[in-house]
Design a protein around this ligand. Structure first.
Ligand SMILES: [Zn+2]
Length: 215
């Protein structure tokens, strides 16, 4: 995902969702983009700058790749996610555009560990996805199933049996896997934590009123 001047996105520096403006030099001259030719086949790439309106830091893209800062334009991993899972996810986000193969491998391993944490353990990731689908709401059902389809697990069964292995990826596979993992984080960790918080606070009120706990 690239960041465009005038649009809203998550700043890779301050991690705040906000609007981006053109970068300028100290004379106020706008420095926004340059068409750069490679000198071999006259292939053009755009070198583009923008500035975060929250922290004032500069973000640089060369083509679709963010070259400064080296990092992710995705939102930070929710704090409710266990560290062993968030670590793989965060590393995958950092290298998503630099090495989609490595990012996809980390994302698959992250997904498998997340499913193991839910007690879903089978011979391979493909079967684990199938098993997880039985207890997911329909929109997530389709989403998690699409990880196998986008990754072409049928043609590359090793993606399923050795999830952390670095293998060739389909176009957009790493990005897609990380998008789905974000949705699963919300379902498996964030929403249950919110429900627990509400329940705990209700139970305190019930206790104060001399009533028994809500189970
Ligand atoms: Zn910022």
């Amino acid at each position: 995902m690239t960041i465009q001047v005038g649009e809203r996105a998550i700043c890779p520096h301050c991690k705040t969702p906000n609007r981006f403006e053109s970068a300028t030099n100290h004379n106020g001259q706008i420095l926004s983009f340059w068409n750069v030719t490679n000198g071999l086949d006259d292939h053009n790439k755009i070198l583009r700058l923008c500035r975060c309106t929250n922290c004032g830091e500069i973000i640089i893209f060369f083509g679709e790749i963010m070259v400064h800062p080296i990092g992710s334009t995705r939102p930070p991993c929710p704090k409710e996610v266990p560290t062993d899972i968030s670590k793989d996810y965060n590393e995958a986000c950092v290298i998503e555009h630099l090495s989609p193969k490595a990012a996809a491998a980390l994302a698959r391993r992250c997904l498998q560990n997340m499913l193991h944490g839910q007690g879903i353990i089978e011979d391979n990731l493909s079967k684990e996805i199938e098993s997880a689908m039985k207890s997911l709401p329909s929109h997530l059902n389709e989403a998690i199933d699409s990880i196998r389809n986008v990754g072409n697990f049928g043609a590359h069964p090793i993606k399923s049996t050795n999830t952390g292995l670095i293998l060739e990826v389909e176009n957009g596979e790493a990005e897609w896997n990380l998008d789905i993992i974000e949705q699963l984080f919300d379902f498996y960790y964030v929403q249950p934590a919110k429900t627990k918080l509400k329940k705990d606070s209700l139970n305190i009120k019930l206790k104060e009123a001399g009533k028994s706990d809500m189970k």
